[in-house]
Ligand binder design. Sequence first.
Ligand code: ZN
Length: 857
Amino acid sequence: MTKPQTNPYRLPTSVTPSHYNLHIRPDLESETFTGNIDISIDATENVSEIVLNAKEIELKSARLVGGGNATEASDFTYDEELERVTIQFDGEATPGSYTLSIDFDGILNRKLAGFYISTFTDESGEERKIATTQFESTDARQAFPCFDEPAMKASFEIALTVPADLFAASNGPIISEVVSDDGSERTVKFGTTIKMSTYLVAFIVGPFEATDPVDVDGVPLRIIHPMGKGHLTSFALESGAFSLKYFTDYYGIPYPGEKLDLVAVPDFAFGAMENLGCVTFREVILLVDTERATQPELLRIADVIAHELAHMWFGDLVTMEWWNGIWLNEAFATFMAAMCTDAFNPEWRRWDQFSLERSAAFDVDSLQKTRPIEYEVKSPADADGMFDLLTYEKGGSVLRMLEQHLGPDRFRDGIRHYLKKHEYANTETSDLWDALEEVTGDPVRSTMDAWIYQRGYPLVNVKQCDGCDKTILTQNRFFYKAPEDADETVWPIPMGIRYADSDGNPGSMKMLMTEDDVEVAELASARWVNANGGSNGFYRVSYSPDLMTSLRDAMGEMEAIERYSLADDQWAAMAAGSSSAIDYLNLAEGYSGEDDLDVWTLLTRNLASLERILDDEAARSRMRSRLGTLYSAGLSRLGWDPRDGDSPRDLELRGLLCRSLGITARDEDAMARLRELHDGYLTGTTIEPNLAAASANAVAIVGSASDYEAFLGRFKDAATPQEERRYMTLLSSFPGEGEFQNTLEMCLNGEVRSQDAPYLAGGAMFNRHHGFTAWEFIKSHWDEMLEVYPDNSVVRMVSGVQALSRPEQVADIKQFFETHNVPTGQLTLEQHLERLDVNAASRQREVGPLTEWLLAD
Ligand SMILES: [Zn+2]
């Protein structure tokens, strides 16, 4: 017997696939396709009907062949809600192996999901079409009828019949190409894949070109791109080859495909997708001119390539059993990408930069509406809702904490064991902990379960005990706004503690804090104690006033990442109401000698949002002048002019400080210099890319109608995908009402691609003068946006509401969402709304005292 499925979205398990032989013929002109598929299946019970997933495809005929018999299907029944088709046969087939053959047709949609149309304008100005796929989570069923669940793994043999002049690629290498008698079509057959999940299948057809393959220890690696963009591929090739080697070595298992193509797709709903052997990307995170790109743009490309290649093993070779385990895929790829990128370019200091991602995870996880990393998933919409900060950034942070706790080599050995043990198969979260336990002997499962299945994270409070010669650590769950009922969740916290002993000698210790209250004797006479040494732990720290003072006096002995955490924890304390904006400004002004990029990134961002809440002109002007002093001090080490030997981080830091000095502090001299730099950039002068980006930012903030025209022109005729994105994004920063309105309209009239428009509209809410107009535009075009934008992007657009924290704005936004849903991101929406309340409360609490304090100074 097969145990009945309790989730209506799950397929019966009495029939399972082992191999798909798929032939698809797309018609790009009519935006449709036809296909036929032979699925090798095994039936464990008598079958008179077979249930498959299918969405927006129509079955024309089906037959079941096996045991010397062939049975035609008598009927097809579609269930649109469950995205299924039931194929009925006359009579029953006995248990055994069969081939299920189906003819079907479908549409090439424009929603960037399933099998869809993407377009671009070629060098001769002609619009060209591409047909391409994006199947994760559950859209393979839009391209062919299939058992569309990650655990129903099978091998795939794919063939495409395409117009003879178009390029075609899929997961496997090309094994044959046959041109039709009249020369108009080509049938391309691809080699059989390993056993894998349906969501990893991919095929693309269009006017693409490929680079010559680079041989990476026997694996040919290519970049596939729309025609005419070959000059933007060298960085991706270099970074791709590095990542492929790195992971082959780290995992100790050969790459599980025969070739590797990285494909740039002009319209793409996500960042990138780890289809085995045929990884697809947004153009802006694959194609780049290194001479013109900023440090974050290059880092992002290297990081995303590494993330996707990490998946070739972790995700593709070994896959989660069901979508509740998606964090296992994504958190791990996030963690591995940071490690690989750190090795690719150590000067980028990738793990320090990871602090910003950890902060983003903390931010969501400080809400009452957060969720555990692993969370029940029933429907496809639930699965799509899992691709959030808690899966990627919190998951990645928690793995980093574990890796540092176990030690990198023991952790890697555990991962190797896990992958070897489960290759070609599916796993639950506990399989990973078990494998790590088997190799290390540490109680990994009991420690990690708390971090995966409990929502939120702890705040560790540290104080010296009066008269008992001990340091007392206590933990409690951290909230921005605590619920009425006390939350008594306790975590086993892998802690790294750094301190200076009574003679000032540095020391460190590791411990697992399993109780809510712990006394540590060794630290009682320490000069200072940093209870999150190295900042690898997923917890915040609150120090008693005396310990805080000693820590601030010892800033020179802290690592950059620790100075970062101090400022980050203080900011969170302000949002929670246990500290104030005045305290934060005081702390920040102590960082005038700071030389680290990430610390400055955090400070400038937080201080800019403090400056934004001030309504009083005089107070704002005082604030700007204080920030001007702070940023000028930060910039004094670097100066305005790039120097030989500047590290990549210094180049970016200079851009950041110049931009902040201009935009936030409104330093007139800085604004004038940035304007001058940008004028030069537009007329072809070579400007250091980070400064070029900063200057464009500064011009947009105060830009005139004619500046806007220049930005629009640059967006439409950009030299690189990064420049296109930069000038597009800045269209929403202009102060003029007409310009702003035009930008909003571009979000829906097709001038901005649907892959970008939701982000442009969401970002527009941050416009200082017209943010609320952007919200009103979204509100009044809501249905249209849901129709046109990729499903996954709507909730990301809505995240822009956090820029609006006036009480009447918050009320309006909340009222709208009382009657409107975001189907694939309802929980994330609720988190945005709770965050809005936190911002509004914090504004209300802080603006008066801060204004008074600034004016009194
Ligand atoms: Zn991923």
